[in-house]
Design a protein around this ligand. Structure first.
Ligand code: NAP
Length: 278
């Protein structure tokens, strides 16, 4: 069993800790975490029964086979600077920092070790995350499988080319925010029509969950599933006409396009600031 050091026990970090322990990828004796916030460290240590140190990134890294960086992107350069002397070639580095490309991580480390860059999303907190991973190709197939099982402990995982990480960020990274807007609006539609908040909320959350589950479990194209709900001259088609008039689908496609461009811009700015260029 590999020893894992997770730096940054925040939202994503704590979810990964929970998933790793639950899936058995590592037990509490093989997983240590760090944070800068003593309260947070104490809370996460108490919740999961693992050692969480305040600071101590170098020490945590020195004793691990896998290092997970779950700090904010703007904190990443300082953390890499701090741990680079302790990192070895036989270790795997997994970064979940949004927009930070592998080339920049390699530059900050000053050498090439197996690096996996992952883009999870917030439902990792309930083990229903959607994570895309890319790598610098320095890892072995076995290391790749280990990364897959670590991230797979909190949901679905897929590997993509690094250039596709912008689209991933736009679609699944930010995606929960779009779906929350849809959920909020559906609830308010229910409220407007006189349903209680509790009933409108429960009906909406179950509808979104159930619809997603049907897409996954049937493998059917969503247009076919949509068609199954429509009765000629009925209620659903009247609502769909309204949604089409306001451009719901076009709006969402444009949102992904705009968010992809924004992600590419942010990465480009980071590279230009560090004078790597692309
Ligand atoms: N949240 C998302 O939906 C999402 C999705 C995809 C990717 N990500 C990426 O996941 C990473 C973590 O995001 P998050 O939402 O989990 O952030 P977060 O809740 O702020 O977690 C980061 C944690 O790291 C701690 N920290 C700061 N400096 C540190 C250091 N030098 N050493 C160790 N720990 C340190 C922070 O403490 P303080 O708060 O006291 O600074 C905080 O507890 C980010 O890079 C983000 O881009 C997040």
């Amino acid at each position: 069993m590999q020893r894992i050091a997770l730096l940054g026990a925040g939202n994503i970090g704590a979810a990964l800790i929970g998933g790793i322990l639950k899936s058995g990828v590592a037990d509490s004796g093989h997983l240590v975490a760090t944070d800068v916030n003593p309260e947070r460290a104490g809370e996460v240590a108490g919740r999961f029964g693992i050692q969480v140190t305040v600071g101590g990134n170098r020490e945590a890294v020195a004793s691990a086979g896998v290092v997970i960086l779950a700090v904010k992107p703007y904190t990443l350069p300082a953390v890499l600077e701090e741990i680079r002397g302790a990192l070895r070639e036989d270790q795997i580095l997994i970064s979940v920092a949004a927009a930070v490309p592998i080339a920049l991580i390699e530059k900050l480390l000053g050498r090439r070790i197996p690096i996996f860059r992952a883009m999870p999303n917030i439902p990792v907190v309930v083990d229903e995350g959607a994570t895309a991973v890319t790598s610098n190709g320095a890892g072995t197939p076995e290391q790749r499988r280990l990364v897959e099982s670590i991230l797979g402990a909190v949901g679905y995982v897929t590997f993509v080319e690094e250039e596709m990480m912008h689209a991933v960020t736009a679609l699944s990274g930010s995606g929960p925010a779009y779906i929350y807007m849809v959920i909020e609006a559906l609830i308010e539609g229910g409220l407007k029509m006189g349903l209680s908040r509790t009933i409108a909320t429960r009906l909406t959350e179950q509808t979104v969950l159930g619809a997603a589950k049907l897409v996954r479990e049937t493998g059917l194209h969503p247009a076919i599933l949509k068609d199954q709900v429509i009765t000629p001259g009925g209620v659903t088609i009247a609502a769909i006409h309204e949604l089409e008039k306001h451009g719901l689908r076009s709006m969402l496609i444009s949102a992904i396009e705009t968010a992809t461009a924004k992600s590419r811009f942010l990465t480009q700015s980071l590279l230009e600031k560090s004078a790597i260029g692309t």
